[in-house]
Design a binder for this molecule. Sequence first.
Ligand SMILES: Cc1ncc(C[n+]2csc(CCOP(=O)(O)OP(=O)(O)O)c2C)c(N)n1
Ligand code: SF4
Ligand SMILES: [Mg+2]
Length: 250
Amino acid sequence: MELLYTRPKTLIKPGSYYCPGCLHALAGKLIAEVIQEMGVQDDTLLIASVGCGGMFKRILDVDCASATHGRAAAAATGACRCAPEKLVFTYQGDGDLAAIGLAETLNAANRGENFVAILINNSTYGMTGGQMAPTTMIGQASTTTPGGRQAEREGYPMHMCEIIDQLTAPRFIARYSLDKPAEIRKAKAGIRHAFDIQRAHKGYSFVELMSNCPTNWGLSPLQSLEFMREKTLKEFPLGVFRDLEKEETL
Ligand SMILES: Cc1ncc(C[n+]2csc(CCOP(=O)(O)OP(=O)(O)O)c2C)c(N)n1
Ligand code: SF4
Ligand SMILES: [Mg+2]
């Protein structure tokens, strides 16, 4: 019988620590597949964050340094400078990267540090119970904005790809969604492209993956995918914002 698919060897058993239907699990599997396909398991250093994304370090079988909340970009800066032979990447939630870690994120991107930042945007603080994140949309309810986010009171949602696209140094900036197979395939190709840029020592890449949080959104996994299509993907347009690799080969 032809073997069509196996679990990547880069994932530790028993597997997911996430809630049922949480797309963190899918994001982690894509990254694990890319690392296996590149044959770099022993050369990879994950800079883990705090939040549900922090659980990724429990399932990905690579070397890992765990940063405190928001400090992943600073830790990754040290890691990629001290160990330039390593594939260094961060895996961060929107609270971790865009709130407490915003300064580190922007300054590392501005310096063009040689690591990949992967942002999992579920428009909430998942792990701590669904508080408002910088990415929470206007009108979206959270435990800290039970009547919905109001621009006059809490400001507007922050679009990290668009903000990082204002900087000169980053080489690759893209936003993908994990809600359906065609987009998932694009997301995997984008992660691979970013990792290839890092391995070639060409600098900073930013990959945002649109995700969900069925538990704190108060929705079933299927309803959460509908919510993404009706709400979050309209607020956060998908696409490649910058790819200097392509521009150089034109
Ligand atoms: C210095 C510090 N402040 C606050 C916290 C509490 N905390 C833990 S995770 C988190 C936010 C998680 O949200 P996000 O980064 O979006 O990840 P998600 O769980 O949604 O994947 C917060 C505020 C902490 N651990 N350390
Ligand atoms: S709380 Fe939300 S983000 Fe965290 S594992 Fe559960 S569904 Fe995923
Ligand atoms: Mg989040």
